[in-house]
Structures are given as C-alpha cells and as structure tokens.
Design a protein around this ligand. Sequence first.
Ligand SMILES: C[S@@+](CC[C@H](N)C(=O)[O-])C[C@H]1O[C@@H](n2cnc3c(N)ncnc32)[C@H](O)[C@@H]1O
Length: 291
Amino acid sequence: MEPAAPHEANADQAAYWNGPGGRHWTDRQEIQDAVLAPVSEVLIARAAVETGEKIIDIGCGCGATTLAIAVRAGVSGDALGLDISAPMLARAKERTSPGAPVRWVAADATVYPFEPGRADLLFSRFGVMFFADPTLSFANMRTGLRPGGRLVFACWREPRQNPWLMLPLQAAYNHAPRLPELGPEDPGPFSFASEERVRHVLSKAGFSSVAMQPVNLLLDVAVGGGLDAAVEGALEIGPASRALEDQPPEVRSAAARAIRAALAPHQKGESVPLGAAIWIVTAANPRVRPS
Ligand SMILES: C[S@@+](CC[C@H](N)C(=O)[O-])C[C@H]1O[C@@H](n2cnc3c(N)ncnc32)[C@H](O)[C@@H]1O
C-alpha cells in the first residue's frame, strides 16, 4: 500500500515515516499504544463519538485510535484511517477484524481528495504536527467534513512541559551530539505547542469555534516493565533515540547508563511515570449560512 505522491514540501516527512520513523513506531506499536493510553482515553472521551458517525483519523499510524473510535461509531458508522506511512498502515490493517467498518488510505492529508462534506468528525492523536504548510493541510482536511462537523485532536505542548520525552534526551546529550535545532514552526512533534499558532492556522484554514484545553498527564514510560523497559523505550523511540541513532555502541551504552540514572528517581515499583503536557484542540466546520 504505497502512498500516492505527497505534497512536495512534505517529502522529507514522507521519507521519515516510510523509513526509520515508521519502523520504530511499528516495532513498538503495542508498547507505544500502552504508553499513550491515557492520551487516548481523554481524547476519545472529548470526541464523544455517536453511533452512526463517519470519522476520519488523520495520521492514524498503526491504527489504535481508528479502531477504538470505529467501535463507538458501530456498524452504521465508519472510520477512515489515513496516513502517509505504508509500514504503519500495514500494521493497522493486520490488526483489523474482518468486517470492521474501517478503511485505510495511504496518502498525504495535505493533498488527499477527501469525499466532500462526508465526515462528522476529523480526529487525530499526534498526527497533525508534521505538515510543512499546516494551513493548506487543514483547509484540505476540512473539505472532508460536513458543515457543522467537528475537529478534535491532541498535540504536544512545549518540550519543557514534557519530561517524558526531554529527560531521556537531556541525559543522552551528555554523550551524543545535539540534534539539529528545529524552529518552533518546523514540522515535528512540538510544532503545535503554541496556542497562538494553532488558533491562527485553524482559523486561516476556515475552522470556527477553536478551543484549546491544556491537559497534564502522567505516562508510564516503562509500561509496568521496570527501569530496563523504560531505558529500552527511550533508546528505541522519541528524541533520545534519534540523537543516538547513528552513534557507535560505546556512546549508546554510556547514554543508556545516563538515561537510566535520570529515570531511576522517578521509578515507582515497576512503573516509571513521567509528566506529559498536551493540548486537546476542538473546532467546528462552519455551517453554510443561507443567503
Ligand atoms: C507521532 S505519529 C502518531 C501516529 C498515531 N496517530 C498514534 O497516535 O499512534 C505521527 C503520524 O502522522 C503521520 N503523518 C505525518 N505526516 C503526514 C501527512 N502529511 N499525512 C498523513 N499522515 C502523516 C505519520 O506517518 C505518523 O503515523
């Protein structure tokens, strides 16, 4: 299931999510879904899916949220999981029960020709921060929503408010070179950290009633597997893993020890709960005014 050609400005992201990014997320799908379960819980509750609704899950990855919301929509509804990553979608397909009202599409959300005005809900768990031109992408996604339909997604707040990602990275920096500095609006996990920017992008893309709720969570980066599991996770996914990706074994081992030391004070039994800060963003596709 190769994705159709992405928007040219998203070519780097398409390569990343069809390359190392997609590989890491697919390899760790089960654990990653367990780490992010508290996010899904609050986000899916906020989406308040009703029976019969038609849903689009943007950047659905390995499909956890698509499958969960499809169950809520029931057989009279349906869910479309759209992602630019062929390997992640392949995993999503593997997990789909026969007859489930779910379709998977390999495409760039920026240019995919959504069926106009069909969906009740445009949804995403961390799949909308990687667009080179987010106004263009959100304007295109809005074409798939019916007038009065809603947008609900989760994105990360500032890096310093997300120690679950930054603590291992800072420890890795004791041994590995720093990652290239990203600007606050460059595509990446924190590109929607600024409330002002998100509001600006969504209103320029034609959404109304934009609301942003800050939510603080504790994520167990060990998923009940103890300190070893937490260190392994940091080495396999997230910014610390990227900083260490091409480093020689001795650097990786030294960084692993530093990460272990940084995480140890947070261990509680077999869990390692660390702070995470997200926005739950909601907006509406305006109803067409009678002229
Ligand atoms: C951080 S992952 C989140 C995956 C999934 N939503 C989850 O929570 O497990 C970001 C996802 O966005 C997808 N993505 C990035 N750019 C995209 C684009 N332009 N169009 C569609 N999907 C995109 C990636 O392939 C990846 O699956």
